[in-house]
Design a protein around this ligand. Structure first.
Ligand code: GLU
Length: 315
């Protein structure tokens, strides 16, 4: 049987929180159970400026949780050539165009629906009449022409396995005005060139799976990765876990002296491992986790959970 490859793809924002940790640990457990090769890929493009030391800190947090990997991909920003090459292919096939409009102008022209990520919907009415056939860095965004249809992808966990990106974001950005590929382009190009066949991540990226499928189709990439879009961890207000919910960074528990096994026990409870108790090793997590008994609903992180973690802090 052909070896499958997955990736741990943290963005080095310095704030790996419990929601990210759930996805990474489940990803790693599935890899262990199924014999997938694991690649670590630091995604430092299309994020706020990466502060020195944050990449090492991100890696240290993953290791503290007990994760390991077979290989490390080059940090994305170290070589932009593969993404420029992809842009050339997209433009010579007539799939992209530079968009000189500001967000405000788009908002005014389009009545401006936008998705969770804040990306503004751009539809056919704003496309230029002639598409340039040659990509060059124009200092503006470049957008992909998005057809108005359901786009299907292979999904093994979430209920949905298709979305229509024309309805959520319309023509989305593939090359940013900062002279870098967008997250959508970088991930698609990297997954293809790094032979990624299994993608495990939070369900906030479900619509991205359809967008990335469109990019793959436009680039003529034949491999369709298999996806597992997992429940998100939310605060009590129902919003995705973030700074507003207090300090839910894995590192803040680590610094407070909470053992990794305690954090893993909370993740195990969320992942549907019965009787995970107060503490579980990463090996036990991988042995006992079962995807088909993981509750599909998003998880709520409560102040009691926070207290429960801190009870185990070494004093
Ligand atoms: N780097 C992204 C994040 O941390 C993950 C992207 C992906 O898995 O496709 O949210």
């Amino acid at each position: 049987m052909e070896i499958q490859t997955t990736r741990l793809a943290p963005s080095p924002t310095g704030a790996l929180h419990l929601g990210n940790a759930l996805s990474f640990v489940v990803n790693w457990a599935l890899a262990r159970q199924n014999g997938w090769r694991v690649l670590l890929r630091i995604e430092d493009l299309d994020t706020p400026r990466v502060k020195p030391g944050v990449i090492d800190q991100t890696i240290a947090t993953l290791r503290w949780l007990g994760l390991d990997w077979d290989d490390e991909a080059p940090v994305q920003s170290s070589d932009l050539d593969p993404y420029v090459e992809a842009m050339r292919t997209l433009s010579s096939n007539g799939f992209v165009y530079p968009c000189v409009l500001s967000r405000k102008e788009i908002a005014e022209a389009a009545g401006a629906p936008h998705d969770d990520s804040g990306e503004i919907s751009v539809g056919a009415s704003l496309r230029p009449a002639d598409l340039p056939r040659e990509f060059h860095d124009t200092g503006t965004n470049w957008r992909l022409l998005v057809p108005d249809r359901e786009v299907e992808f292979i999904e093994h966990f979430a209920e949905k396995s298709s979305t229509n990106p024309a309805r959520s974001v319309g023509d989305f950005v593939v090359w940013t005005q900062r002279g870098q590929p967008s997250y959508q382009l970088a991930v698609t190009v990297d997954d293809a060139r790094q032979g990624i066949t299994r993608i495990v991540r939070g369900n906030d990226l479900l619509d991205s799976a359809a967008r990335q499928t469109l990019i793959r189709e436009a680039l003529g990439i034949a491999v369709s990765p298999h996806h597992y879009h997992l429940p998100l961890v939310r605060g009590q207000d129902g919003r995705r876990l973030a700074k507003r919910h207090g300090d839910t960074r894995v590192d803040s528990y680590r610094e407070a002296g909470v053992p990794a096994e305690r954090v893993l026990a909370l993740l195990a409870r969320w992942g549907g491992i019965e009787d995970a108790g107060d503490s579980i090793s990463i090996e036990d997590f991988a042995n006992r986790f079962q995807l088909d008994t993981m509750p599909p609903e998003d998880v709520t992180f409560t102040p009691e959970d926070d207290q429960w973690l801190l009870l185990a802090a070494a004093r």
